[in-house]
Design a protein around this ligand. Structure first.
Ligand code: SD4
Length: 349
């Protein structure tokens, strides 16, 4: 039998060996980088823009996620940028956040008239001592920073949807609204929502993008017009660091899409990063955050959607949602990227 003394000596001697073993095993794990992951299949073209930055010799993840977010802010769609759905007073108010590999972060909330809220968020991060600017002050800062003031006119699609909404003025979130036809039918043709409805209306939702560059540094961006027909002044999770977006360069990054109020309650993105810090895979970490949301209110959870995506320092990625239908886009080479359906708590149907 090994004496206690020998055991201690044996343990002490073996510790360095064990750590050498660990160091070796760490080295042998192949890291996938650069890599960019975005919410929804509408994230595929966003990833393509980010990828152009990431594949450059010194492509920086922060530049990549900003460029990706800008590209979708440039398009007319339901849920990101000035073409998005307005609040219940008919005004488009934008939320965006950005975070780099050194805990620098910036965000804007309820910003009106500015085409690229993500770039204003970056300016808040880089040029002010603050993290968040809201409403009139955010606009003032944007204009002082050289951003152009656009008209407050609704896009034709948003105007149509808003007029429709006014008929009932029913404040009620719709699960996977981005997965449905304009008339409320489910989309045809497979599990993924098309980028365009049959009538040509672009179809997508809040854009969260997280990336790791070739140097192994992580960054993230999140941009949205928020929940359609929200109360004036309502702010969701997307511009809140730790809720809609979080990046810890030692561990990983997370973002998401869905009913912001529920994400805020659990500090979703931060929770996911902390779970990855404790050794959970990106998918497991997203699942834990989703389950926590459901546990708070299992009955109500049947009526709202939240989907998270995450990546870790090995370039592993994953996602999880409350309801079936949340998909996400992954790009890590010149192959144009892939769309995956996230696993969900409530199955399809
Ligand atoms: C919000 N999380 O404002 C955003 C909206 C969203 O799918 O993602 N909708 O709550």
């Amino acid at each position: 039998m090994q004496s206690r003394r020998n055991f201690i000596r044996w343990s002490a001697l073996s510790l360095p060996l064990l750590s050498i073993g660990k160091a070796f095993s760490k080295k042998t794990v192949a890291v996938t980088k650069p890599i960019v992951v975005s919410t929804w299949d509408s994230g595929l073209p966003v990833n393509a823009v980010a990828w152009k930055v990431l594949k450059q010799p010194n492509g920086y993840a922060l530049d990549a996620v900003e460029a990706g977010a800008r590209s979708i802010e440039d398009t007319i769609n339901c849920c990101v940028g000035l073409g998005g759905n307005p609040d219940r007073d008919g005004k488009v108010t934008l939320d965006a956040s950005i975070m780099d590999d050194k805990f620098n972060c910036g965000s804007v909330m309820a910003l009106e008239f500015i085409k690229h809220p993500i770039s204003v968020a970056r300016k808040v991060m880089e040029n002010t001592p603050h993290v968040q600017l809201v409403g009139e002050g955010a606009l003032q800062f944007a204009l002082a920073s050289g951003f152009q003031k656009e008209s407050g006119k609704l896009s034709p699609d948003a105007e149509k949807t808003y007029k429709n909404w006014l008929k009932k003025s029913e404040y009620k979130p719709v699960i996977n609204i981005e997965q449905q036809q304009s008339k409320g039918q489910k989309t045809k043709g497979g599990p993924f929502a098309p980028n365009f409805f049959d009538d040509g209306t672009p179809n997508h939702d809040t854009m969260g993008t997280i990336a790791m560059d070739a140097a192994g540094n992580l960054s993230g961006a999140c941009t949205t017009s928020g929940m359609g027909f929200k109360m004036r002044g309502r702010v969701g999770d997307s511009p809140i660091i730790g809720a809609g977006l979080y990046v810890d360069n030692e561990v990983g990054a997370a973002t998401g899409s869905g009913q912001g109020e529920e994400v805020l309650r659990v500090a979703g993105a931060f929770l996911i990063v902390e779970m990855m810090r404790m050794g959970k895979s990106p998918e497991e970490a997203c699942k834990i955050a989703v389950e926590r949301i459901i546990k708070i209110n299992p009955t109500k959870a049947k009526d709202f959607q939240v989907g998270f995506i995450a990546i870790n320092k090995q370039g592993e990625y994953g996602a999880y949602s409350i309801h079936h239908g949340f998909n996400y886009s992954v790009t890590s080479s010149d192959d144009g990227g892939k769309v995956f359906m996230a696993k969900s708590h409530f199955p399809k149907g």
